[in-house]
Design a binder for this molecule. Structure first.
Ligand SMILES: Nc1ncnc2c1ncn2[C@@H]1O[C@H](COP(=O)(O)OP(=O)(O)O)[C@@H](O)[C@H]1O
Ligand SMILES: [Mg+2]
Length: 225
């Protein structure tokens, strides 16, 4: 299968600290790739470059045949809103909104009417076994529930790639497994590819393949074209 997302020779330094060095990674449509490696090795930097959040100093990132590194900020933002979904370690839900409003938010930002957006948000909350959370604010639900709400929010727009950065890092193992099982099932059902950053081998077990980042360098044994 051909590449949906491809990083070639990307490098990024913060001041004199090289965070990423000459990194290559290929993600095919629908595959779940786990990015492993110790803390500080460059995993988040890689994910941010792949997602068009950070522009690498060197190299190229191609998504669906388009070069993210030369695209305008506006075009990259539009791509992120339309084609990508994000799950972070601490859900990063909007505290003032209820959970169903949080899940509906990406649809509302895309111009959907409130009723239609919230109907779909409810469906996604049910799918993520978080229907109970719908009318509550993020501060009123458990950590595991909040992360399932965050996954629902990431998937509600039917993204082609979901970027998840340590999505279970703040959860106990039981809740972490549940989040990963539901994220994995949802991705498989919708055909979304997942780039999953984790340092937990247990979580990486949900992936189709693993790559390892060490000192900003990546080993992607299977990713060669
Ligand atoms: N915004 C930043 N400013 C300065 N240094 C950063 C920044 N982001 C990351 N770094 C540095 O880059 C290296 C890689 O960080 P990161 O990609 O966050 O690693 P990981 O996600 O594997 O823990 C680390 O040395 C980190 O301190
Ligand atoms: Mg990180």
């Amino acid at each position: 299968m051909s590449a949906l997302l491809r990083a070639e020779g990307i490098g990024k330094a913060y001041g004199r600290t090289p965070a990423l060095v000459d990194a290559d990674l290929t993600v095919r449509a629908g595959e779940v790739v786990a990015v492993m490696g110790p803390s500080g090795s460059g995993k988040s930097t890689l994910l941010h470059c792949l997602a068009g959040i950070v522009r690498p100093d060197t190299g190229t990132v191609t998504y669906d045949g388009r070069d993210l590194t030369t695209m305008s900020d506006a075009a990259r933002s539009a791509l992120r809103r339309g084609d990508f979904g994000f799950v972070f370690q601490f859900g990063q839900l909007v505290p003032e909104l209820t959970c169903v409003e949080n899940v509906a938010l990406p649809l509302r930002l895309g111009g959907e009417r409130r009723r239609a957006a919230e109907r779909r948000a409810h469906e996604w909350l049910e799918r993520l076994e978080a229907a109970d959370a719908a009318g509550r604010r993020p501060g009123e639900v458990s950590g595991g529930q909040a992360q399932r709400v965050a996954v629902a929010r990431a998937l509600v727009t039917a993204p082609r790639v979901v970027f998840a950065d340590e999505p279970t890092g703040a959860l106990d193992s039981l809740n972490g497994e549940r989040v990963m099982r539901l994220l994995g099932e949802a991705a498989r059902d919708t055909g979304a590819a997942v780039v999953l950053v984790t340092h937990e081998p247990r979580v990486a077990a949900y992936s189709d393949r693993e790559v390892v980042v060490r000192d900003g360098r990546i080993r992607d044994l299977m990713g060669a074209p």
